[in-house]
Design a protein around this ligand. Structure first.
Ligand SMILES: O=P(O)(O)OC[C@H]1O[C@@H](O)[C@H](O)[C@@H]1O
Length: 156
């Protein structure tokens, strides 16, 4: 898969570890930065990375900040992006199988890299249960909310 990654200073170290895992697994990585641990502002990196997912330039996004919710707040404001914060593999499994998320957000200050890499692996390898109507109904309802309230990107 083509995967957009981004972070802020608080997520930088974990982003780099995730990149190593993704490369090992044969994924194509688009790194939207930052490229060092200098203090920075999360939206400057997560917003362009979210756009890449929304525009289909990346299949998925994995964003890391201190606690994860900051990345999800930004990503979920973009039409076509469905982001979940996951702190354990069970949540990662359901974020895919029930909710068909295309962005995973992690907190570098919350979880160690061992759990984080397991979360990434589970999230990337779990399929959406698109044959189970209750899940598609719920996902469709979320999509309808974004149709109503979010601005569609032009040319997508
Ligand atoms: O290092 P500072 O700037 O204090 O805190 C940054 C982190 O704290 C939370 O807001 C976010 O998770 C962000 O990544």
């Amino acid at each position: 898969m083509k995967i957009a990654v981004s972070s802020d200073h608080a997520g930088f170290a974990l982003k780099e570890e995730i990149k190593t895992l993704l490369a090992t697994e044969g994924h194509e990585i688009i790194d939207f930065g930052p490229y060092n641990e200098e203090p920075c502002d999360l939206p400057d990196y997560v917003y362009p990375a979210s756009l890449a997912v929304a525009e289909g330039k990346a299949d998925r996004g994995i964003f890391v900040d201190g606690v994860g919710y900051g990345s999800a707040m930004i990503a979920n404001k973009i039409y076509g992006v469905y982001a979940a914060v996951c702190q354990d593999p069970f949540c990662a499994k359901l974020a895919r199988s029930h909710s068909n998320t295309n962005v995973l957000c992690l907190g570098g200050k919350i979880i160690g890299s061992g759990i984080a890499l397991e979360i990434v692996t589970v999230w990337l390898t779990t399929d959406y249960l698109s044959h189970i109507e209750k899940y598609t109904n719920r996902v469709n309802k979320v999509m309808q909310i974004s149709e109503k309230h979010l601005k569609k990107l032009s040319g997508v």
